[in-house]
Design a binder for this molecule. Structure first.
Ligand SMILES: NC(=O)c1ccc[n+]([C@@H]2O[C@H](COP(=O)([O-])OP(=O)(O)OC[C@H]3O[C@@H](n4cnc5c(N)ncnc54)[C@H](OP(=O)(O)O)[C@@H]3O)[C@@H](O)[C@H]2O)c1
Length: 405
């Protein structure tokens, strides 16, 4: 027999006949389409499946199931063009999309990264979003959905205003080139990934997406790109705007500003005075929410991707220190000092209250794996330790030593 569906269903989902079929169809869309087209295989497997649940279905039931399953399969499996797939959120998005059976075309400027994207199950497309005539545009013609995560480099070094201004100009250009290459008659959804720094200072109340933005930090430099989205929507592009909060996980700013210093016994810098509230989200939940919005996001709408409740910004470092088993030292600096140390953009990121609600996202049926950072940070720290240990096992024995703490 080509594939033992009964054994797979039993192992993965247990009993519960109707539910099992729906869940199985959603989780194994590729396999299910094969069954739906190969009717004989399908009958054989369904009979086995039914028998394995102690229930024999009649032929009408089998036909009904076959067409339900085929519908689910075609609805679930999509071709997604992803920009920024080699980045922090992009890598997690890619894994989430491939796991549920989507076909992913992943854009990168680097041939080296192309090889690792292919090994993760994506089709790598080498190209640069600043190249308006690039051959990468051809891959877009097959896309049911586009998830746009690429951004000019933000990472490393001091984030001065001059760097941020360059970022702003480049980001606008990358967006323009991408949007002009998309055919709205073919692409069903475009998930545009923005950031909650655009909403900036929200005061002491919890805000929703309808609140008036007061951009701060990166938000000032994201604003022109975000404010140009309604123009593209008016021209027919099916854009859904996602606004992740502080995305923590085993990489990016959380590793650079929190995990690495804590691990090395160095202080984590903060801003003097009462810690401001912020709205974090675990990178896995962020990636899953972007995937969810492809089917459930409304064109022209904005969605905050944040935990159930905001937390004081220091809370993430406290939880990380606990999970690392170290006595974390925070060092609070006045704004001017922090700005000198890490640049205006980072200093400003700690200087505003950003309490945001995920009600709109939740109302679409999305459920979080880590609804709070109490649940998510220990997992992120564990992943970071594991990745660091396997990357540096041969060169830096201290990582695995500390892993035992
Ligand atoms: N990280 C966070 O905490 C956070 C929070 C809220 C919102 N966001 C938003 O989420 C999005 C993704 O953030 P991230 O932190 O995951 O990004 P990231 O790690 O900085 O990755 C940026 C990606 O952009 C790609 N890229 C850069 N220039 C490009 C170009 N000219 N053409 C094609 N690709 C290009 C890079 O790919 P190659 O180098 O392989 O070409 C890389 O994969 C951004 O829009 C960001 O504003 C991030």
């Amino acid at each position: 027999m080509p594939f033992d569906i009964a054994r797979n269903i039993n192992e993965e989902f247990g009993s519960g006949h109707e539910l099992t079929w729906a869940t199985f169809a959603l989780r194994r869309p590729g396999t299910i389409s094969r069954f739906a087209s190969g009717f004989l295989w399908f009958i054989e497997d369904v009979v086995l499946c039914a028998a394995s649940h102690g229930k024999i279905l009649n032929i009408q039931d089998l036909r009904r199931k076959a067409s339900e399953v085929a519908n689910l399969a075609s609805e679930a499996q999509q071709r997604i063009f992803v920009t920024g797939a080699t980045g922090f959120i992009g890598a997690h998005f890619l894994r989430a999309a491939v796991t549920v059976g989507h076909q992913v075309d992943a854009l990168t400027r680097s041939k080296d990264c192309a090889a690792s994207l292919s090994s993760l199950g994506a089709t790598a497309i080498v190209g640069d979003l600043s190249d308006a005539e690039g051959v990468w545009r051809e891959a877009l013609t097959n896309a049911d959905a586009v998830v746009h995560l690429a951004q000019p480099q933000t990472f490393g070094g001091r984030l001065t205003k001059a760097r941020a201004r360059q970022y702003c100009v480049r980001r606008l250009k990358m967006d323009r080139v991408l949007f002009h290459a998309i055919d709205p008659a073919k692409t069903r959804r475009i998930i545009y990934v923005a950031g909650t720094s655009y909403y900036g200072e929200c005061g002491s109340m919890v805000c929703d997406e309808g609140g008036v933005p007061h951009p701060m930090g990166w938000g000032l430099y994201l604003a022109p790109a975000i404010e140009s989205l309604p123009g593209y929507v008016a021209r027919g592009l099916p854009i859904v705007a996602a606004f992740p909060g502080w995305v923590y996980g085993p990489g990016s700013w959380f590793a650079q500003y929190v995990l690495e210093p804590l691990f090395a016994g160095k202080p984590v810098y903060g801003l003097r005075g009462r810690a401001k509230y912020t709205s974090p989200v675990h990178v896995d939940d962020c990636a899953r929410a972007l995937l969810h919005l492809i089917d459930h996001g409304e064109v022209g709408s904005r969605y905050f991707i944040v935990d159930d409740a905001p937390v004081p910004s220091e809370r993430l470092a406290e939880l990380a220190a606990e999970a690392l088993g170290v006595n974390g030292r925070g060092r609070k600096l006045p704004f001017v000092m922090l700005k000198l140390l890490s640049g205006q953009v980072v200093a400003e990121s700690l200087a505003y209250e950003n309490r945001l609600s995920n009600n709109r996202l939740r109302s679409t049926g999305f459920s979080f794996k880590y609804p709070s950072c109490e649940q998510g940070v220990p997992q992120a720290v564990g992943m970071w330790l594991k990745e660091a240990a396997s990357a540096q096992q041969s060169t830096n024995p201290t990582i695995s030593d500390r892993n035992d703490v």
